[in-house]
Design a protein around this ligand. Structure first.
Ligand SMILES: Cc1cc2nc3c(=O)[nH]c(=O)nc-3n(C[C@H](O)[C@H](O)[C@H](O)COP(=O)(O)OP(=O)(O)OC[C@H]3O[C@@H](n4cnc5c(N)ncnc54)[C@H](O)[C@@H]3O)c2cc1C
Length: 578
């Protein structure tokens, strides 16, 4: 009997639990494993990100079509005992699938719906394992871990659990130290009665309960997905609505109420809006690489990251991406912006653009356009009514290639600085690859046209504090803001994480950062790397905190991916070999 602990029962913790028993089942051994799972949140399997009770105005950024990749759990049998299977997300949702065609606009479920699925999936495995006496769920937060070989001791505020042989840490998003700017704003709110500062965008419910009414001007630090969720909540949940004007293009008109804020004022460093995903499968297929192109790309990325002659520079990714992009852009024909460039000219333009998103070129959507126009053009491309620019094409092709990058770039044998550059490139693609539905951008357009969303100080304004709030100034424009919401989620920089557990692990040198900007250094199976003169420690870290050793940690489909199964298979194999 081997005693495991899973710390963190979000989606990854759930899949780690499933993968462990599946690996044991596949090994055909009659050995047993026992798991103690720690999760303080009320809905294990979902965790707070996928809380089934959150407002339905928080939307997922992946289409229900894309979620077909979230496979179900097969029935797991050992001896006479059975852990029941659980359907895939697509089979679980009730949907008249027959009425969906390639031209039907894609649907993006609320995050709460995914949370209900994840929690139901968790409950069925827990019920079975508890029935066999193989699982203990402790609804507490872990604050420390001690390792006196061969056992771990896991400490919560209420108790300590001893005799654990192996730990997998799936704690996901961890709070980090507030930036100087946020600390200053927080102080400002304490010292003055009027202003309110929210240092986090979630839970949205907390912001909805605050004193925000029709006289309030709300500022948003960040113009990404969290701001879109908040704009929807602060309008729809306060009595306003978006009237659909065109079922196909999802064009909407904003219908105000008496209760929502007077104005919304977002701002960010680059001032650029998120880019909508293609409207439906027909448009999306324009950007899908062929199987051959994708496998050549996979090979190139793998060789660059882990091959015999690994890359000395992130350039290998730019080159391999440009190889995929150029034939796709050329195949768009008249659907793309008119040009007479050769493949080789497009190849170098693509490389230049990926390395520097600021360059100006007739094939690229200019960053100098007014934001409203930019959003309208991008919606036009997403619905197939405006000629496609090279940057939109690259963004969508990158999204199709992303699962390949994530799987081929795992545990790369590259200098940390090159890994950091590759991660920076992938992060820069997220404006497109993690983009929202067309309907979200149509809502922003409608809010802007109705005069409630003010984009006049969007790009990196000067920010001054005064007794009644903040003054945002950009060139000749000045706007006063009464409530400020930080809608930028913390990056997983290990050295800035300020939760007790991670600080204790760092202090005890049980984990170390891969690169000062990144997460924990782990090996090919997810175990924390130890210096050569020290023995192996059976502590695995899966997900966000190991960013750098892996990339692509922030997507739900990655939570059910091969990194978790490879940890589980390896762990069970080692247990059986002992
Ligand atoms: C606000 C937000 C919105 C997102 N939206 C999307 C989206 O639309 N689409 C998408 O694909 N991805 C989205 N993501 C990315 C998201 O991180 C992943 O999809 C997924 O939730 C990661 O799962 P995880 O299990 O690794 O981490 P998490 O979901 O963060 O779960 C970790 C769990 O560990 C628990 N935990 C933490 N610390 C401890 C401790 N010390 N002891 C015990 N338990 C602990 C937490 O309570 C939590 O339940 C979003 C992330 C955030 C933060």
């Amino acid at each position: 009997m081997r005693n495991y602990a899973i710390i963190g029962g979000g989606p990854r913790g759930l899949y780690a639990l499933e993968s462990l028993y599946l690996a044991l089942f596949n090994s055909e051994s009659n050995k047993e494993v026992k798991v103690t799972l720690f999760e303080p949140f009320a809905y294990p399997g979902a965790g707070w990100v996928w809380n089934p009770e959150q407002v339905t105005t928080n939307w997922l950024n992946i289409t229900e079509r894309g979620l077909q990749g979230l496979k179900g759990r097969p029935e797991i049998q050992f001896g006479t005992s059975i852990i029941p299977g659980f359907p895939s997300y697509s089979d679980w949702i009730e949907k008249e699938k027959d009425t969906i065609t390639d031209n039907t606009p894609d649907t993006f479920p609320p995050r709460a719906k995914m949370g209900t699925y994840l929690n139901a999936r968790f409950e069925t495995i827990v019920k079975a394992l508890q029935g066999f006496g193989l699982l203990l769920v402790i609804k507490e937060k872990v604050v420390d871990i001690k390792y006196i070989p061969p056992h771990f001791e896991i400490i919560t505020k209420q108790q300590s659990i001893k005799g654990i042989d192996e730990i997998v840490l799936t704690v996901g998003h961890q709070d980090t130290e507030l930036s100087e700017q946020l600390k200053k704003w927080q102080e400002h709110a304490k010292e003055n009665k009027v202003p309110q500062t929210f240092t986090e965008p979630y839970p949205v419910e907390k912001i909805l309960q605050a004193t925000i009414d029709k006289t309030t001007v709300v500022g948003f630090r960040g113009f990404g997905l969290a701001t879109i969720d908040l704009l929807r909540a602060l309008t729809i949940k306060k009595g306003a609505h978006f009237e659909i004007l065109n079922e196909h293009t999802r064009e909407v008109a904003f219908k105000p109420s008496e209760k929502h804020p007077e104005k919304f004022v977002p701002f960010s460093l680059d001032g650029l809006p998120m880019v909508p995903k293609p409207l439906n499968k027909t448009v999306d297929d324009l950007f899908a690489p062929s199987e051959d192109a994708l496998s050549a790309f996979a090979k190139a990325v793998n060789q660059g990251a882990c091959g015999e002659h690994t890359a000395k520079h992130h350039y290998f990714l730019l080159e391999s991406m440009a190889e995929v992009v150029v034939p796709i852009f050329l195949s768009l024909g008249s659907k793309a912006i008119e040009h007479d460039y050769t493949s080789s000219e497009l190849y170098y333009l693509a490389i230049n653009y990926i390395s520097n998103k600021e360059i100006d070129h007739p094939l690229l959507l200019s960053h100098k356009l007014p934001t409203l126009e930019m959003m309208q053009d991008q919606v036009g491309m997403a619905i197939g009514e405006v000629q496609i620019t090279l940057d939109y094409c690259i963004g969508q092709v990158w999204r199709h290639c992303q699962p390949t990058i994530y799987s081929e770039f795992s545990y790369p044998e590259l200098p940390d600085a090159v890994v950091a550059e590759v991660i920076a490139l992938d992060e820069a693609s997220k404006r497109y690859t993690y983009g929202p539905p067309v309907e979200s951008i149509q809502q922003l357009i409608a809010l802007t046209k109705a005069g409630y969303l003010d984009l006049s100080v969007l790009k990196d304004p000067d920010i001054n504090l005064h007794n009644e709030g903040w003054k945002l100034k950009l060139e000749e424009q000045e706007l006063d803001v009464h409530t400020m919401i930080n809608a930028v989620l913390d990056a997983p920089e290990l050295v800035k994480v300020n939760t007790t557990l991670i600080q204790n692990l760092l202090k005890d040198k049980m984990i170390e950062p891969k690169h000062t900007d990144l997460g924990i250094r782990t090996d090919d199976y997810g175990y924390v790397e130890v210096p050569e003169d020290k023995s192996f420690v059976p502590l695995a870290v899966l997900g966000r905190l190991s960013k750098g050793s892996v990339i692509g940690v922030d997507a739900i489909l990655e939570c059910f991916g091969k990194r978790i199964t490879s940890w589980a298979n390896h762990s069970i194999k080692c247990m059986l070999e002992k």
